[in-house]
Design a protein. Sequence first.
Length: 403
Amino acid sequence: MLDIAEELHRWVEQGRDFAVATVVAVSGSAPRGPGAALAVDSEGAVIGSVSGGCVEGAVYELCQQALADGESAPALERFGYSDEDAFAVGLTCGGIIDILVTPVRASAPDREVYASALSAAAGGEAAAVARVVSGPGELLGRALLVRSEGSSGTSSTSGSYEGGFGAHPELDRTVAAEAGAFLDAGRTGTLEIGEQGSRCGAPLTILVESSVPPPRMLVFGAIDFASALVRIGKFLGYHVTVCDARPVFATAARFPDADEVVVDWPHRYLERTPVDARTVLCVLTHDAKFDVPLLRLALRLPVAYVGAMGSRRTHLDRNARLREVGVTELELARLHSPIGLDLGARTPEETALSIASEIVANRRGGSGVSLTGAHTPIHHDVPSTVPEPEPEPEPAGRIGSVA
């Protein structure tokens, strides 16, 4: 739901009734993961996607039916591929997905929680919404919003929360803490918990959707290759910063697509700017006076990726210089150098694609080899909680409904 927060927030502000279908869990090969959403309003307008096209039509009908029924209870639907009827509604890629369809009317008791969650996500605020996916009927669809530290709301061990499930008081506190942990990691997935906030009571499945600010891409070196990398970084959803010590090159006019352009020595800027486990650093200066102090610091930071441009000769010389200033072999092993995958790239745009491909492969656990002839999974993400597919699924594409 939060992946289409900007559009849904507008619907809330306009007072529209709508139903939102959210991917809860996936098994096998599926186009989209938990948290992917499609929403339909009372006029039939649709936004978002849950499968890249495989089951969109059927999900659209489910959303319309949820609004027409006049009931507020959500429904859990499972979609899968049928070998007996390849044209049945299902995932032709062979996967199975569970989708929660939730009507959100203007009069719904949880409307305010959803509105707050959508407002936070649309505004770039770090927040997570937890919803009951399965369990006692009276709790289905109930929601709780967790914000980061410093936001308003009821205090919890991981920040603050709004709303609640209206069950055992310990349940809200436990879910808020668990959702806070998901939020800290920027994760979306499910968790199992007892109705009383522990292993006691009826088991509940909770979907936690996290919305966090875009990850950062720091590009050091205001060269023509950097301009192409900035554009592809923005396309991938990064907040992109270009940094160079030379003011004649580091200008907004040369990098109009960058979120910010900084004139400073790279290592000095890195010392004072915030980074986290999702941050990627691309060092394109290939000049020892910039590279060595910068990489000495970068390789000791808890960031997702550090890559440095240069020939293999430059790489060997740079590694020797880094060892001289105390960089360990373990730290050097984190360095992607020469930067990028072997695509045979020559132009700045091709080189940017090579670098971006390596960043994606590093993030998702891909090998970087051609999928043609390979026997590796297409999607490498490991879902948080995924039910095993039934050994003998029903022949129909829509495997079943749990209301």
